[in-house]
Design a protein around this ligand. Sequence first.
Ligand SMILES: *[C@@H]1O[C@H](CO)[C@@H](O)[C@H](O)[C@H]1NC(C)=O
Ligand SMILES: *[C@@H]1O[C@H](CO)[C@@H](O)[C@H](O)[C@H]1NC(C)=O
Ligand SMILES: *[C@@H]1O[C@H](CO)[C@@H](O)[C@H](O)[C@H]1NC(C)=O
Ligand SMILES: *[C@@H]1O[C@H](CO)[C@@H](O)[C@H](O)[C@H]1NC(C)=O
Length: 502
Amino acid sequence: MVHYQRYIQLRKGVSMAASYVDEEDACLNMSGCNKRSKPNLLFFLLFCTLLSACLLLAPFPTSTLSLLYPSGGEDERVSDSKTSLCSSVSNGTICCDRSSIRSDVCIMKGDIRTQSTSFSVFLYTNSGTGKHQFRQEKIKPYTRKWEPSTMATIDELTLISTNLNASDSATGNQRLNCDVNHGVPAVFFSTGGYTGNVYHEFNDGLIPLYITSQKYNKKVVFVILEYHEWWITKYGNILTHLSDFEPIDFNGDKRTHCFSDAIVGLRIHDELTVDSSLTEGSKTIKDFRDILDKGYRPRIQGLLLEEQSSNPIKLKPVATRVEKPKLVIISRNGSRAILNENVLVNMAEKIGFSVTVLQPQRTTELARIYRALNSSDVMLGVHGAAMTHFLFMKPGSVFIQVVPLGTNWAAETYYGEPAKKLGLRYIGYEILPRESSLYEEYESNDPVLRDPNSVNDRGWEFTKKIYLDRQKVRLNMVRFRKRLVRSYIYTMSKRNGMVRSQ
Ligand SMILES: *[C@@H]1O[C@H](CO)[C@@H](O)[C@H](O)[C@H]1NC(C)=O
Ligand SMILES: *[C@@H]1O[C@H](CO)[C@@H](O)[C@H](O)[C@H]1NC(C)=O
Ligand SMILES: *[C@@H]1O[C@H](CO)[C@@H](O)[C@H](O)[C@H]1NC(C)=O
Ligand SMILES: *[C@@H]1O[C@H](CO)[C@@H](O)[C@H](O)[C@H]1NC(C)=O
């Protein structure tokens, strides 16, 4: 759960209302919950207006401006107008947009040739007066620019623009010879960093890759730094829907690849989402999800056939029997496990759910998880990287996140808010101190139980050691039951057409 580092860094300097509200009855029905988003938007717009007025009237020192950055996407929208930097790049130039806190992106057009031994990408121009011109840009094509410790592990590329011409061989310099000529653009990015954790794989990698490359309609080659074979295998079904071509292992393939168009680095909007106002073709996170659906479909159909042939008698459920709403519990073993999971399963079944308990491992085939979640009505789990699988839920279905002590902000930022943007009915269940295993270890007035924010403010080590690595959850079933019943009723009314589908 390394991405928590951001949690701490972003919280610095931000005054976070330490609101601990037991939302027991704050929000009885879900349509009521969703309505609340509108005033927030109005407030946000008002805030923007005031802010820009202030900025015009009294220029802030830059240190004050940096306070505006922490919440990421929204602030970028304040400063970025729709036409981003480098939106039109002329032939023979390199344009780097370093305005985002999350990633740098450079665009090259012209005679582009790679040299992996020197981690360079050359752009040869014919411009010039005969004088040798040379300009270079350095870039690490990864989307966690604000985290020096992560970026330190990422390979750096040098983009070199030079007017070195074909007959310049006297100096010993020569244009590289093309070993492979590509007729389509290249997108360069790294699969290093935190890749290996499902949240980071989607948030730092796949979604930004979709945002950056979808406009090419698969006519694009991926050139990958810190290339991992397992990554290509794991996400193969998705990659084939983003590119028609074999990806290139930049370090492993020493040939010179030539392009006439390249994007180095990936654009990223916000946590686990796609901002339609910043995307060519106004794409949203639902369009990204459609790619997942297309990608996993062949494999899922294969699994169905296998099951039918090995079990031919149980062909299809009897059509007249009403199918129960399906609840999938994403289960954890160890820290942040639900200690009374069995009781939870029994109760959910009594309410009327058909319950599946899934414990995704790093090796679990994503198509199988997709299959389970795409056909379920409710996903339930304790805050953690596996919550990223909410992306596999159909818009209009329910996602219940159990939020352990000290993880409210992260749970909302990384999963709650993005889930709403996908169109899920989101319920964040903030546990009470008594529902935490920490209740047995600390005095009831200890800040660990009473004021988790103050503990988080002491530093990341504390958050990790106390709240993430050592906390388990024992759900208060009287309290939790209400959420399940609400989800059940919602699902049934949706089936009966009583809820406007999204
Ligand atoms: C772009 O520039 C390269 C080299 O500078 C040249 O070979 C190519 O023809 C140019 N392409 C266009 C479309 O002008
Ligand atoms: C290309 O090379 C020739 C011979 O070295 C030189 O005369 C000419 O100025 C060069 N052109 C550019 C644009 O560098
Ligand atoms: C996901 O569920 C939808 C709606 O039930 C269905 O149409 C679609 O085929 C499913 N996707 C896959 C890959 O099975
Ligand atoms: C939980 O993890 C331990 C150790 O990693 C393992 O031995 C055990 O089988 C796991 N339990 C389940 C239910 O997966």
